[in-house]
Design a protein around this ligand. Structure first.
Ligand code: SF4
Length: 357
């Protein structure tokens, strides 16, 4: 058995296994015993947890919390609402649509790490939403819809699938003439870097037309190790572009130092920061959410001007009508008929000519 499959087989998903890695608190134990929820992670990701600190940023993403029972701000049936599954357009369960020319293609509800803050919690973690993941049905729908030029293959985590299944997906999508690119959303480079095997590399690098992008999710600098660096290097060496889609998480990455370090460290392992998402109003994850403005403030106070522009992600609120960017808005301080007053990250201002159209 390959190492990645062994990692999945030995998933840290029982109290007994968890206790062999960390000192479980009484509250964590009660949450695990009483919440009816899927949880667990790979032994590799579990080994990055602080054994003694329940506030460890990795631990909080992995271990169920009693706070998940609270739901003041979450929207019930969130995924149905968010992914426009209650509209008149008839689509297979596997196809979620918010845009005219691109769709999300959900191919599994299994993951290597069951993130406690997941916006697909109802489907993936709490499992009270059942969908049918018929890959051929989804492929047929994409083939019929010539306006679709870009497909996001998502889950769950699509890299949990076997090499053969991934190869089939890639081959079939590439046979559809209107598909110009496709993307995988996979957390495996961070939670299961062993998944980037020679076999998978062969599958991914078998073609050069119709590029593949991979967006992973890394939320804290502690998640970036030499193993992740090597996995990303291997992905890039077979022509797969790697970006990051972090989630803004209260108490985990919502302070300036951590936020800057995360984005600098991502670049140091060749991952391009792409998005920071506001933590979505799925039920039971209120405790991870910050005020909406927080992400823009962090970009203003920790990234823009404070480090290379390559480290700057776009901060967005992902909604059912598409992503809404919320970036710092301090740059234009004033405008007259003749000039603008522009402000930089240090608060210094400069006059700039206003050119009439
Ligand atoms: S890997 Fe993605 S889909 Fe799976 S639990 Fe985490 S956030 Fe959700």
């Amino acid at each position: 058995m390959e190492e990645w499959a062994e990692q999945l087989q030995n998933s840290v998903n029982t109290l007994e296994r968890l206790k062999s890695v960390i000192n479980v608190t009484e509250e964590e134990e009660i949450a695990i015993r009483t919440l009816n929820t899927k949880w667990g992670t790979t032994p590799y990701f579990a080994s990055l947890m602080d054994p003694d600190d329940p506030e460890c940023p990795i631990r909080r993403q992995v271990i169920p919390s009693l706070k998940e029972k609270e739901n003041r701000y979450g929207i019930p049936n969130y995924l149905i609402w968010k992914e426009n599954r209650d509209t008149d357009e008839v689509r297979p369960d596997s196809i979620a649509r918010q845009y005219h020319d691109r769709i999300a293609f959900t191919v599994t509800d299994l993951c290597a790490n069951y993130c406690r803050h997941c916006f697909r919690k109802e489907l993936v973690v709490d499992r009270n939403l059942q969908l049918r993941f018929d890959v051929d049905e989804g492929l047929a729908w994409i083939k019929e819809h010539e306006e679709i030029r870009d497909v996001l293959i998502t889950g769950g985590d699509p890299f949990i699938l076997s090499d053969d299944k991934i190869e089939y997906l890639i081959r079939k999508l590439r046979e559809i003439p209107h598909i110009q690119m496709f993307r995988f959303g996979s957390r495996t480079p961070v939670v299961l870097p062993h998944r980037i095997t020679d076999g998978l590399k062969k599958v991914l690098s078998g073609y050069h037309q119709v590029p593949i992008w991979l967006n992973t999710q890394c939320n804290h600098p502690k998640e970036i190790t030499e193993k992740t660096a090597k996995a990303v290097f291997d992905l890039l060496s077979c022509g797969v572009n790697v970006g990051n889609q972090a989630v803004l998480l209260k108490g985990i990455n919502d302070n300036k130092e951590t936020f800057r370090e995360l984005h600098q460290k991502l670049l140091s392992v060749r991952i391009r920061p792409y998005y920071v998402f506001y933590c979505e109003p799925a039920p039971g994850i209120d405790h991870f959410r910050t005020p909406v403005e927080k992400g823009a403030e962090l970009i203003r106070d920790a990234i823009r001007g404070h480090t290379t522009g390559l480290a700057q992600p776009m901060y967005v609120v992902a909604t059912k009508i598409g992503k809404i960017p919320l970036m710092p808005d301090y740059y234009i301080q004033g405008k007259t008929e003749n000039e603008y007053t522009l402000r930089n990250y240090k608060g210094q201002t400069i006059k700039w000519p206003n050119i009439p159209e």
